[in-house]
Design a protein around this ligand. Structure first.
Ligand code: ADP
Ligand code: MG
Length: 241
């Protein structure tokens, strides 16, 4: 682990995002404290992916600020990672995919090999290490993408609907690995439209609807006594978009 100053809390301060004059995200404010798992929940089109991309710095907000508590890079090494719904892997072996990412982050030759092998083992992927990544099953590819991200030891891991394209068994496997990462103190921030997953994975819920953050509360409160009519409708399966 790093001895650098902590990057959390992360403050999303009145984030707005507009495209051609159309506001897609309306002054979303959210503080991400360390130690919890946050699920950004909402129907399709709510703005979950946009919010995650803004937080990760992949998009620049047209209003508001993203404020980390300390520098969010250490030299070449980003201190946060983003996992997409569909992994983008190189047409190389599973192992080479992890090694390549570690090389980009500036890790030396021996270190990246050692770290790739130990990470693949942790994710149960040793047997697939020499297989070409792009021919693996969807679940295996996502597990590999997660391993590749984890190998870089991010302090914060953003995940955008990481299991939306996976079957229940592969979903359970990814969720179990996220539990392990959480136990290893990686800060999990994930989006989903899946209530079941939100119930399983969230310590706190940020509920979004139509580009707005409607409520941000501890998960237990969200499910037992949602405040907004939108959240109530969503929990009852009556809010479709
Ligand atoms: N680059 C873009 N240009 C125009 N509209 C966009 C762009 N990105 C997202 N949107 C729109 O913004 C809204 C929120 O998108 P998104 O964050 O992907 O929602 P979610 O992830 O919650 O399903 C959607 O209506 C989507 O069509
Ligand atoms: Mg999305």
């Amino acid at each position: 682990m790093t001895t650098a100053a902590p990057i959390l809390p992360l403050v999303l301060d009145r984030l707005s995002f507009a495209v051609r004059g159309k506001n897609l995200l309306h002054e979303v404010s959210l503080t991400l404290e360390p130690g919890r798992r946050t699920v950004i929940l909402g129907p399709n089109g709510a703005g979950k992916s946009l919010l995650l991309r803004l937080a990760h710095g992949l998009l620049q907000p047209t209003g508001g600020r993203v404020v980390w508590a300390a520098a969010d890079r250490l030299g070449h090494r980003p201190r946060h990672a983003l996992l997409f719904q569909r992994p983008v892997l190189l047409r190389r072996s599973a192992r080479a995919n992890v090694i390549h990412a570690l090389a980009l982050a500036g890790h030396g030759y021996r270190e990246r090999r050692k770290r790739a092998d130990s990470t693949l083992a942790k994710f149960g992927l040793t047997g697939l290490a020499e297989r070409q990544a792009t021919v693996l099953s969807g679940g295996e590819q996502q597990l590999l993408a997660l391993a590749r991200a984890a190998a870089q030891e991010p302090e914060v891991l953003f995940l955008d609907e990481p299991t939306a394209a996976l079957d229940p068994a592969a979903t359970a496997e990814i969720e179990a690995m996220l539990d392990n990462l959480h136990a290893d103190r990686v800060r999990i921030v994930m989006t989903t439209h899946d209530l079941g997953q939100a119930r399983r994975m969230a310590d706190e819920i940020a509920f979004m609807h139509r580009g707005r953050l409607i409520e941000a509360t501890p998960a237990a409160d969200f499910f037992s006594r949602p405040v907004s009519p939108e959240a109530r409708a969503f929990i009852e399966g009556k809010l479709l978009w």
